[in-house]
Design a protein around this ligand. Structure first.
Ligand SMILES: NC(=O)C1=CN([C@@H]2O[C@H](COP(=O)(O)OP(=O)(O)OC[C@H]3O[C@@H](n4cnc5c(N)ncnc54)[C@H](OP(=O)(O)O)[C@@H]3O)[C@@H](O)[C@H]2O)C=CC1
Ligand SMILES: O=C(O)[C@@H]1CCC=N1
Length: 264
């Protein structure tokens, strides 16, 4: 049995992904403190919602998907119920396995994971790293579960804040860019519906090219950039406005924020 504690945006993405890829409703529980949200998810997915301590009693795998700021309180609440048979997977930004282990009695296995919301449609990217007591078998178990909602890589924990800034927050950067393209087209007089279709299909097509061709993005960008053409004119403006530096600094800010979150 798997319990997802905190069924917000990320919790739901994992829940939906797990159910869509073969987990039975009877194998997954949620524990969500916002009543209307719990009701909505119970209705949508047909899973039970129980208090966190009951979730810890009934499930051997606990996925903690609450906000980093709530993590210690929730871990303290369930700690007495957890035993060496449990596997705790935290998806919280910034919270280290050593912080979690400090609040858990004995040798409870902890895995830190950083998924992203495309897990909802089985296209997630998750990085995992194991805590002190997590065995290879337990890491494999966590990876197997998360692989059902997308790809998984194992990384040393020192890279987890970078992972958070790249693939954890990453979908938001691409949505931001898509949203900006839509608004630009609307400002030029195009209907919103057509602008949305153009932008959505373009980002999806570009992503598919990256995945399926295996080419470096520089090569794909060069293929779009005809000599003396429109793309070169646009890219010159992006460079002039420092978009490359802005992206680098945005990623740096996300990583710093992830580090800060471990300090509460
Ligand atoms: N959103 C994303 O793309 C990603 C998020 N994450 C991580 O996932 C975690 C959740 O993020 P996100 O889904 O965005 O946040 P949300 O606020 O959408 O979800 C968290 C949910 O847990 C509820 N909650 C709070 N305390 C408890 C409790 N004691 N028991 C049960 N439920 C509780 C919250 O209620 P309330 O609102 O009242 O606090 C909320 O509904 C974070 O740690 C984040 O770092 C990781 C990767 C990607
Ligand atoms: O914004 C956040 O803090 C979370 C972590 C990664 C994506 N969303």
């Amino acid at each position: 049995m798997i319990a997802i504690v905190g069924a917000g945006k990320m919790g739901e993405a994992l829940l939906a992904g797990l159910l869509a890829t073969g987990y039975e409703r009877s194998e997954v529980l949620i524990s969500e403190s916002v009543r209307e949200r719990a009701d909505e998810l119970r209705e949508r997915y047909g899973v039970d919602d129980v208090p966190a301590t009951e979730a810890a009693r009934r499930a051997e795998t606990l996925i903690l998907a609450i906000k980093p700021q709530d993590m210690v309180e929730v871990v303290d609440e369930v700690a007495a119920t957890l035993t060496a048979r449990h596997l705790v997977i935290s998806v919280a930004a910034g919270i280290t396995t050593s912080v979690l282990e400090k609040h858990l009695a004995g040798e409870v296995a902890v895995v830190r994971a950083m998924p992203n919301t495309p897990a909802l449609v089985g296209k997630g990217m998750t990085a995992v790293s194991g805590g002190t007591h997590a065995t290879d078998e337990q890491l494999d178990r966590a990876e197997g579960m998360l692989r059902s909602v997308g790809e998984v890589v194992r990384v040393p924990e020192r890279h987890m804040d970078t992972v958070t800034a790249i693939s954890g927050s990453g979908p938001a950067y691409f949505y931001f860019l898509t949203e900006t393209l839509i608004e630009s087209a609307v400002a030029m007089g195009m209907t919103r519906a057509t602008a949305q279709a153009l932008a959505r299909r373009t980002i999806a097509g570009a992503a598919a090219m990256l995945e399926e061709s295996g080419e470096h993005p520089v090569v794909l960008r060069e293929n779009v950039t005809s000599p003396g053409g429109t793309t070169a004119a646009a890219l010159r403006e992006l460079e002039r406005h420092g978009v490359r530096t802005a992206v680098t600094e945005a990623v740096d800010a996300a990583r710093s924020r992830s580090r800060d979150l471990s300090e509460g």
